[in-house]
Design a protein around this ligand. Structure first.
Ligand SMILES: Cc1cc2nc3c(=O)[nH]c(=O)nc-3n(C[C@H](O)[C@H](O)[C@H](O)COP(=O)(O)OP(=O)(O)OC[C@H]3O[C@@H](n4cnc5c(N)ncnc54)[C@H](O)[C@@H]3O)c2cc1C
Length: 336
């Protein structure tokens, strides 16, 4: 039988996890990552990287969504327990989420059944931060820093025989001579490649500060978050639906600082390291779907919104199922 040739389009967290999972499942296949942006130029690098799906995060069914989240958690947790963890940028973090208006805002059915600890805060803990906090949860989860995870994964991919090509693809048909199956992990790029109007950007902005005394994360209302990482503390954030503007907004910077400084006043003395903007590729629901386009078999894997780091390894495993079905049906036909 001839060697299976798979092209993975996209080198963000979705593309690289899919490509490395494919290598494990199909060790004899020839796998190539094709992308026009890598590492620091991807949206994935902007992500704080915390494993925290929103309760509204949606796959095709509640069961599949839960499976994605479980598979992803297990993938990162296995890495965290390995000696590769520091190089891969995967660690464990704990922290708080507070609300002054609604107890449901501090609950999360997807996280509660996945992470090792998710509990209500005590009355004392509600007073840890200034503000009239009425509801709170404390939980332990994982953090994946894409600044480390992407280059580490790409290096591992190449070492295992994977190939990497830097180019822009404008239509799937251009790939049909080189590949049997293409996995479409292009994030927001899929809007143009697939003319998918359901895919919209949700613009985010963050500030990275030097504040080594912050060891726990904090979430609060108005999309406020403070997340300690090895390269600084991420302060966020904002969500601007259908905004394509990738320039820094000083209004957003000021609002992020105001909200974060109110929550943790000691952050006022922290040195600003950098500020970044990213467009979350939002689609309701995330698209993991097989399609035959002329001679080419395509498996789509995009639209992870604000939860791509959290869900990428899970959707990658779902992609594998589709690739296996394509592969088995091709094998059957070749024997007829
Ligand atoms: C401020 C902010 C904070 C975030 N925090 C978190 C968080 O804490 N946890 C979390 O889980 N998620 C978080 N996210 C969301 C996360 O960043 C995204 O869900 C994730 O990066 C999407 O990954 P992706 O691989 O689909 O897309 P990208 O990282 O955008 O990668 C897309 C890839 O496709 C390639 N591509 C696209 N079109 C083409 C084409 N036509 N030809 C060739 N190549 C193409 C690009 O070059 C790139 O390599 C955050 C996002 C933002 C903006």
């Amino acid at each position: 039988m001839s060697v299976l040739r798979v092209g993975v389009l996209g080198a963000g967290v979705v593309g690289v996890t899919t490509a490395t999972e494919l290598q494990v499942e199909f060790p004899t296949a020839s796998i190539t990552i094709i992308a026009d942006k890598f590492n620091k130029d991807t949206t994935s690098e902007v992500a704080a990287g915390i494993f925290r799906p929103s309760p509204s995060f949606e796959g095709p069914t509640p069961e599949i969504t839960s499976q994605w989240i479980r598979d992803s958690y297990n993938y990162y947790d296995e890495l965290r327990r390995s000696e590769q963890a520091p190089r891969a940028g995967v660690s464990q973090v704990s922290g708080y989420i507070f609300s002054s208006v609604d107890p449901s805002l501090v609950q999360n059915h997807l996280l509660e059944k996945t992470v090792p600890l998710y509990r209500r805060t005590t009355e004392e803990e509600l007073k840890l931060c200034p503000g009239n906090w009425k509801y709170g949860s404390y939980f332990t989860t994982l953090l994946t820093e894409c600044t480390k995870f992407l280059p580490w994964s790409l290096e591992r991919f190449e070492r295992a025989g994977g190939k990497i090509a830097k180019k822009t693809v404008t239509k799937f048909q251009d790939l049909e001579h080189d590949f049997d199956i293409v996995i479409n992990c292009t994030g927001l790029g899929a809007k143009y490649l697939c003319s998918d109007n359901k895919l919209v950007p949700i613009r985010g902005q963050i500030i990275k500060v030097h504040a080594p005394w912050i060891k726990t994360f904090f979430y609060a209302e108005h999309d406020t978050y403070i997340i300690p990482r090895s390269d600084g503390v991420t302060l966020g954030g904002c969500r601007h639906y259908e905004s394509y503007d990738i320039s820094l907004s000083r209004h957003d910077s000021a609002a992020i600082k105001e909200r974060c400084f109110k929550l943790i006043p000691s952050l006022q003395k922290a040195q600003v390291l950098k500020e970044c903007v990213g467009l979350r590729p939002h689609r309701n629901v995330v698209r993991v779907e097989a399609e035959v386009l002329g001679k080419l078999k395509v498996v789509h894997n995009y639209g992870h919104g604000g939860y791509g780091v959290t869900s990428a390894p899970g959707t990658a495993k779902h992609v594998i199922k589709h690739v296996r079905e394509f592969h088995l049906s091709a094998d059957k036909h070749s024997k007829l």
